[in-house]
Each structure stands twice: as structure tokens, then as C-alpha cells.
Design a protein around this ligand. Sequence first.
Ligand SMILES: [Zn+2]
Length: 361
Amino acid sequence: MAKSKAVPVFDGHNDTLLHLAIKSPGSEESFFSGRDGHIDLPKARAGGLAGGFFAMFAPTPGWTKEIRWRKTGPEGPQESAGWDVPLAAPVHQQKAINNVLAMMGALFRLERMSEGKLEVVRTVKELRSAMDRGVLAAVAHMEGAEALTKDLNGLEVLYQAGLRSLGIVWSRPNFFGHGVPFNFPDSPDIGPGLTDAGKDLVRACNEMGILVDLSHLNEKGFWDVASLSKAPLVATHSGAHALCPSPRNLTDDQLKAIGESGGMVGVNFGRGFLRKDGMADKRTTVREIARHVVHIVEKIGVDHVGLGSDFDGTQVPQDMKDVAGLPKLLDALQELGVKGKDLRKVAYRNWIRVLKATWKK
Ligand SMILES: [Zn+2]
């Protein structure tokens, strides 16, 4: 048995609802009986997953398999000098609304079907209580604000339903801002900042206590949020640009701003966002994830980093395999010196602190 088994993990991002509601609609039962993906309840329990952000995301139409593999690079080991990926097309509002309803519906269905084993949490009190009782704690997150319009009526409704975290964009433009493409290598400084509507969205999220997620946002948008937001800055599933120069990762200057705000980064497990060469190489191990954590610790301190797996939305290192492999990552972190109280901060405590400061309850 791995020695880190007893440390629970709270995770910044998964795409499990996309599979249960959109790719295999009506497959919620497989979450309990076991499914061929990264997260189901038996595997979550085996890996010590205590809870996490469950994303609601509208896929880009025409985002083909051929383009998709390029977003995390070839699997190697062939040589590559880099690649450009066309920016994903915008998604229509009605399609985004349908997707959010399907995925949020699936999340609440999971909660009901679980008979107390999974709870959608809306406050830190509820989150702590679920973790104490061994109940999987789910935070409802929307990845891309395409379902919303300028009046933000939808945000009011989604908040009342349980939405507590919002990524302004996925890697495509929308009414509120601009996302980064999956080029490699490249800077995140691509395109203009937030629109006026995007700035109003940040203010509304602050007022309501909804976390504003910086992952997928381009750099000018990032600095707009940094200057506007009164909440800690958070990127739920990104890595360190200094170690892997993908525009999806954060530069050391961005990390500094996150640290100074009291915020944090959830490190992404995607193989294509970890390595210096950007390849989704099959030989990539959990040690690469741990190296990103250590880099962020060195730059901004151990209070400002956690995990943001991207389970069910990316290719993770083969020795991780799925959520049941989380203890292997905790072991790798300990080997690199992140242990004891620091390991617990990275595994779940930082997330709880930042959610408390953001939600204000
Ligand atoms: Zn994402």
C-alpha cells in the first residue's frame, strides 16, 4: 500500500460530467458501478479523492479527433519543433445552455442516486462536513461563460442552483473574453483582454461569492482579472510555463500575482502540459506533476499550490492511470520534499482556505 494513502485529496478540475451527460448520456449509474474513465466512486475512494470541482463544459463543434490530439501534442518520441492549433470556434449560447443543463442535471442526479455518498457543496462548512463524513464533495464549476448573456440573469439562476466557480473562457473567444489556443511552444499573451461584459462578470462573481477561474484565459485577460478582482486569484488546472512553455501554463510573473493575492494554482496532470518538449509522451510519470508543484512552491510558497487533475479531460501519466493512482503522486511529492503539513496543504488545505476567502461562507 502506498504510504500517502491516508492523505485526502481535494481536486481543482475534472471533466467527468462531460462523459456522463454528453458523450454517454444517461450513464450516471456507471459512476457507482465503475466506468472506463478516470473517475468513478470506487476508484475515487481507492485513491483518497475527498472532493473536487466538477466542470460543466460545452464542447466546440467540429473539434475533431485530429485537432484534439494536437492540443496536447503528439505522443512522441518523434521529434517536434512545435505546432500550431487552430483556435476553437465560438459556441452558440443556446447550445451552451443545453450543455450546462445536461451536466448540472447529471450532477444533481448523481447526488440523488448516491444515497448520501456524494454531495454538491455550496459553502466551506458543507465541504468540511462532507470530507469529515467520507462523502465525496462536489463543487459545481462552469468552464466558459457561453451560457450567459450581458444581463447575467443566468448567473443568478445558476448560483441559486449551486454554481460556485466559473471559468470566464475555455480556449476560445466568447462574449466576455479570449482563451489561449493549444500552440506549442507559445506565450499566453495572445489576443485582447476582457470585454466590458467580462469585467462586469468578474465584479458580479466577486459580489456573489463565485470563484473566477483563470485557467484557459489569455494573459491580458488574466491581468484584467488581477486588477479588478477582490478575491484571491485562482487557476484551477494549469502548470508552470517555465517548465513547459504551453500558453495554458502560467508565467512566473503570473504566479507571483497569484501568490500576492493569497490565491493558488491547481497543477494540471495532462501529459502535454508537463514536459519541456510539450509532448504527451507515454513515458511521462507522476514525478513531472510533482516538479510543477515544487516549482510553484519555490516561486510563491507552499500556501499557493494544489492539484487540478483535469481527470476525464486529458491524458494523465501512465503510472497515475486514473484517480486511484493519486497516492503515487503524493509519494512523488514527498520524495521531492513536500511532506507533512506541506503535503496536506497541497493535497486539500489550500483549496479549503481559498474557497473560504472567495465564497465568504
Ligand atoms: Zn480545461
